[in-house]
Ligand binder design. Structure first.
Ligand code: SF4
Length: 363
């Protein structure tokens, strides 16, 4: 593309996307609307940071309720820093990727203690914080502090790959996409611009069936010109995920179920769980039961998909006389309050499976 026409295209994209945001910004609890940000009001960095950590690998719809719950319970970074890690993990239950919750708490402690509760503003300083990677640092710097930072999340990646018809497959194509985002990011209001791109990526330039006919940059979009929107970004061939096996143990007496705690390291570290057989991301569980009783085993009762592998779980059930356990991590939990146990999604699936099984057995 000739230099002049590229410059015109870049200007056109920046202007149209920024203008579109004024009337179409999504209303989100961590945001300041464009009418206010244009007058210089920026959102609370604590809110921006918390929402961005929650949004890593998770949709806006799933995050909203968690965000509001966290802000109500821990209104400031000092409150979050003063919380027990186990309470933070329990409040995070269901959002997945629990290393984020542990880093969230570590980061809150650092900001509270070392920075007197005030977030650093520069991307390079933000990058030093636990759980804050390149994307999150850029997003916080731009959105909370008005720095000119180049923000690329999955929605923006898709939008930019299509605008410029970037043919290099991911992940190699990421640097080209970032360079193009750098080109179109304006000097002023980079935070609003990033959020405008996120919104278009989430609601117009969607992965399937993009709504090109209502898109504010339709006339300058290279993918749309050739009617090839869904071909971008170009993905590498899919790899088959490995399948791991695990066994969970349902031990119930007098309407209470025995819960345990995952090891301190590895998948779902430190989370409350059903007793299991030491499964991990690297190996199948050993199927060894914690006690010797007559188990009723339901093979492959639960399936769960993690990013790098799938897990098939057998559920071994024992409902009978009181079991004495000498493990400090074990706790008898009333079944009618199981929702408050803060179990990660994988184990919550087992609880739901068991509740359904009991219902079927009773009818
Ligand atoms: Fe995406 Fe279509 Fe807009 Fe291009 S015109 S950016 S493909 S929605």
């Amino acid at each position: 593309m000739a230099v002049d026409s590229l410059t015109a295209k870049v200007r056109n994209i920046s202007t149209n996307i920024s203008a579109h945001y004024v009337d179409n910004a999504r209303k989100l609890p961590w945001r300041v609307p464009p009418t206010q940000s244009r007058r210089g009001k920026l959102p609370d960095p604590y809110h921006v940071w918390l929402s961005e950590i929650m949004l890593q690998q998770t949709t806006v719809g799933a995050v909203k309720g968690y965000f509001e719950k966290f802000i109500e319970r821990w209104p400031s970074i000092h409150d979050l820093a003063a919380a027990n890690e186990s309470d933070v993990l329990a409040a995070w239950a269901g959002l997945g990727y629990y290393a984020r919750a542990r880093n969230l708490h570590k980061c809150a402690l650092q900001i509270s203690k070392n920075f007197r509760g005030i977030f650093p503003q520069k991307e390079s300083e933000l990058l030093q914080l636990p759980g804050v990677g390149a994307y999150t640092a850029a997003a916080i710097a731009a959105i909370a502090f008005g720095e000119r930072a180049v923000v690329v999340d999955a929605n923006i990646e898709r939008l930019v790959a299509r605008l410029f018809a970037i043919a290099t497959p991911l992940p190699k194509g990421k640097s080209e996409i970032r360079n193009k985002m750098d080109l179109i990011t304006p000097k002023e209001s980079a935070g609003d611009f990033a959020q405008a791109c996120m919104d278009i990526g989430a609601s117009i330039c969607t992965a399937k069936n993009p709504k090109c006919e209502i898109c504010p940059v339709q006339t300058v979009c290279a993918a749309n010109e050739f009617d090839k929107a869904e071909k971008f970004p170009v993905k590498p061939p899919k790899k088959q995920k490995p399948i791991r096996k695990a066994r969970f143990f349902w031990i119930e007496e007098e309407s209470k179920v025995l819960l345990s705690t995952r090891p301190d390291k590895g998948m779902l570290a430190g989370m409350r769980c059903l007793p299991d057989d030491d499964w991990s991301a690297r190996q199948d569980g050993n199927a060894v039961a914690p006690i010797t009783v007559n188990w009723k085993v339901f093979n492959n009762a639960i399936q769960h998909s993690f990013t790098h592998f799938s897990l098939e779980v057998d559920l071994a059930v024992y409902r009978g006389e009181k079991i004495v356990t000498n493990n400090d991590d074990n706790i008898w939990w009333p079944l009618e309050q199981i929702e408050q146990a803060g179990l990660p999604t994988l184990y919550a699936k087992a609880i739901r499976w068991m509740a359904k099984k009991k219902q079927e057995d009773d009818t």
